[in-house]
Design a protein around this ligand. Structure first.
Ligand SMILES: [Zn+2]
Length: 141
């Protein structure tokens, strides 16, 4: 079993357990996975990015606590755009790449990708802070 941090198209976040990453994709396609908050079946895995320590980054994360205010939504949108434009998408190799960068086995750069909550916990235990990219309602448009 593997657990993922998930988000729905309304911006709710929750965890879900699946047999495998492929099983998750399958169940989402069949709309079996629904949001416990609103029942939406438009579910996606939250993409993770390492916390790169910049002050502005922390400010944006603090802002993420109350995602309904328009200016906060704008900040989140900019944050997500920034990550998508400046970071490499590494898919399900996220945990591996984050470690390689942390231990200086790979070039230091921004990355984002998919990780199980287990991966996220292990990374955090190793001192590698990661956070989910905000889910924005228009992502599914
Ligand atoms: Zn929801």
């Amino acid at each position: 079993m593997i657990s993922f941090s998930l988000g729905c198209d309304e911006g709710h976040e929750f965890d879900g357990w699946f047999k495998s990453s492929a099983a998750f994709d399958e169940q989402v396609k069949k709309k079996i996975v629904t949001c416990p908050h609103c029942g939406s079946s438009k579910i996606q895995k939250l993409l993770m990015a390492p916390n790169i320590g910049a002050k502005s980054n922390k400010k944006m994360l603090a802002a993420a606590g109350s995602p309904k205010m328009p200016e906060v939504m704008e900040t989140l949108r900019q944050m997500r755009q920034y990550v998508e434009q400046s970071a490499d998408y590494v898919g399900d190799k996220f945990a591996e790449e984050a470690r390689r960068i942390h231990y200086e086995e790979a070039e230091a750069r921004g990355i984002y990708g998919e990780a199980s909550t287990e991966d996220v916990r292990e990374l955090s235990d190793e001192g590698i802070e990661v956070h989910p990219l905000p889910v924005l309602p228009e992502d599914n448009n």
